[in-house]
Design a protein. Structure first.
Ligand code: ZN
Length: 306
């Protein structure tokens, strides 16, 4: 009898392990026309599906300035992680409370690029993201966070939050090699042409900076090593935040894909089971070109950085 029970338990836990991770990609809005979210959602959906461990549902919110937003309830609790490809200025209080409760109870959140521009006046959102930019953020949002002499530092000087230069390729530097998301990644690797977000401000609480990139003053940069990937906690919830990913081009490097897949798994479960792909880019300035071969030709042909 005992071994029958043990076999049942083993079968049950095996089935549970094999069940795909339930992912919601939330989209539906961007400030002005800066971000083509219908396209970037499709790129990220495919990248997550390619990992083979996620069950991905896209939820598009009604516009936050429409009457429909009052009745919007995406059912966060049905998902293990929400990938936020969404930038709205504000939400009704009840909706904010729903998401805060989901996160405090152990939900997962992945913040991609301009999602950190959203909700400047929602304290819990700013705590979850750690850092944000634009939409009127200034000194009141928190200090500017960056790396100096291999350490995370903060600067409380007054001024706006958020800047970037032209979309050139740049080098990522791993800062937390023992974090599950970063384990096995090279110390330095090239990222595709993308907006390098700099001078972001925020509370920076419960935040581990996983990777930085140098913001070059010759390309309208800050002259600092700026946070590019972070892991955060909010209540029992886990957050993976990357400032990378302006457009389909920027999303299509093997480096970004790997971070998205691993960051989403970690935010959902606290573990990373995926292997680092063999064609992961190196620190060689030319290595990001290898990524182009792995890209969808339609994206490689149409999304060249400006
Ligand atoms: Zn952008």
């Amino acid at each position: 009898m005992k071994w029958v029970l043990a076999a049942i338990v083993m079968l049950w836990s095996g089935a549970a392990l094999a069940a795909p991770i339930r992912v919601m990609i939330l989209d539906g809005e961007s400030a002005a026309a800066y971000h083509d979210w219908p396209v970037t959602t499709q790129v990220m959906k495919r990248e997550l599906q390619d990992a083979g461990i996620f069950d991905v549902t896209v939820v598009s919110a009604p516009r936050s300035d429409s009457a429909d937003i009052a009745a919007f309830d995406p059912g966060f609790e049905k998902y293990q992680v929400v990938v936020w490809n969404y930038d709205a200025p504000d939400w009704p209080a009840a909706l904010k409370t729903k998401f805060e409760t989901y996160m405090r109870n152990g939900g997962g959140l992945v913040v991609v690029h301009a999602a950190n521009n959203a909700f400047p006046d929602w304290p819990a959102w700013n705590e979850m993201t750690g850092l944000g930019g634009w939409r009127g953020r200034n000194k009141a949002a928190g200090p500017h966070w960056y790396f100096e002499n291999s350490k995370l530092v903060s600067d409380d000087e007054p001024g706006p939050a958020g800047m970037h230069g032209k979309r050139l390729p740049f080098r990522m530097v791993t800062r937390a090699p023992d974090h599950p998301i970063m384990r096995g990644l090279p110390e330095r690797w090239m990222h595709m042409g993308d907006e390098l977000y700099a001078h972001l401000r925020g509370p920076g609480r419960n935040m581990t900076v996983l990777a930085t990139a140098w913001s070059d003053p010759a390309n309208h940069g800050s002259g600092h090593d700026e946070p590019m990937a972070m892991a955060l906690r909010f209540g029992k919830g886990r957050i993976f935040h990357t400032t990378l990913g302006h457009d389909a081009w920027a999303l299509s490097g093997v480096g970004f894909m790997t971070l998205l897949q691993r960051g989403t798994e970690w935010a959902a479960t606290g573990h990373v089971t995926q292997k680092v792909p063999k064609n992961f880019p190196t620190a060689d300035i030319a290595s990001y070109r290898a990524d182009l071969a792995a890209m969808d030709p339609a994206i490689a042909g149409n999304g060249k950085p400006k």
